[in-house]
Write a protein that binds this ligand. Sequence first.
Ligand SMILES: Nc1ncnc2c1ncn2[C@@H]1O[C@H](COP(=O)(O)OP(=O)(O)O)[C@@H](O)[C@H]1O
Ligand SMILES: [Mg+2]
Length: 350
Amino acid sequence: MVDTELSIRPMSGLPEFSQLGWGHWFTLRDLQVATNRFSKDNIIGDGGYGVVYQGHLINGTPVAVKKLLNNPGQADKDFRVEVEAIGHVRHKNLVRLLGYCMEGTQRMLVYEYVNNGNLEQWLHGGMRQHGYLTWEARMKILLGTAKALAYLHEAIEPKVVHRDIKSSNILIDNNFNAKLSDFGLAKLLGAGKSYITTRVMGTFGYVAPEYANSGLLNEKSDVYSFGVVLLEAITGRDPVDHGRPENEVNLVEWLKTMVARRRSEEVVDPMIETRPSTSALKRGLLTALRCVDPDADKRPKMSQVVRMLESEEYPMPRQDRRHRRGGAGEGESQMENSDTDRNENPDTKQ
Ligand SMILES: Nc1ncnc2c1ncn2[C@@H]1O[C@H](COP(=O)(O)OP(=O)(O)O)[C@@H](O)[C@H]1O
Ligand SMILES: [Mg+2]
């Protein structure tokens, strides 16, 4: 069987009888075989939802098997309903769920294996032997992530709030396409669980203020976290880095200060060999700053974020903006009040 066939039909050659509507119901035995009996050597991660193993199905398809934390409160039927809901969600920038396993108290999810690391590794040295991402690669990855989120929030019913957007959940394929992982998992495990709370605290730098303060959560919390990841990709800095001077520990706060002081050219990750144009940098920074607005209602929708990142005309050049005054969309009128405007035209007072 050739590799390309497996990537298009990862289940080919496997017995038909165990297939359900969208995917595959694996036995514990199938997954033991796939992961060399859940060998320690196959562990590729240990996150808030459980342990992740790398493995191969008997037809050769590479997979990631996520062994969920035991959740005895959940009935088999509920689990199946939730997993099937996630399984039906398909998008080129979402990691594909191939199937699941439910035996005794064991709950596992089987995903396609995405083999080029995750954004966290690429940005913070885990892929150093492969070099560093260019500006263009970073923006392609962030645009793909934005499209996946726009799809989850706006194109499907019921909508899916991811709840754990962070760079290690953005996997990367050989063509540097983003593949967002772990969507729907928070819901699957139930939001009231204490480990969910612990996990949220663990990824503090990404969490929207209203979520951190009151547990209030909707898709605008994902927009905030997306903004943090965008800033992380532009600067190469961690969202919270205690190794830095006090005023630089919190990435969002530091960025706001730098932009207000007209020093945005200085924030670009020094590892990026070919610097972005001023307008591309401005586009990225202003999009990110709108996403991390402390007021959730003022944050853009993800479909607007996609348009901002794709538009050569965002932010609109100053001379064009005057003609459009009055007719300007929400985004553009906000741009007029933006601090970075002053950055390029230090002599112009707003
Ligand atoms: N489908 C997949 N293909 C390849 N690697 C994956 C896949 N899913 C998860 N991983 C890797 O497993 C690791 C742990 O994942 P996870 O348990 O979700 O922890 P995290 O909190 O870091 O996201 C991550 O580094 C991620 O890159
Ligand atoms: Mg993850």
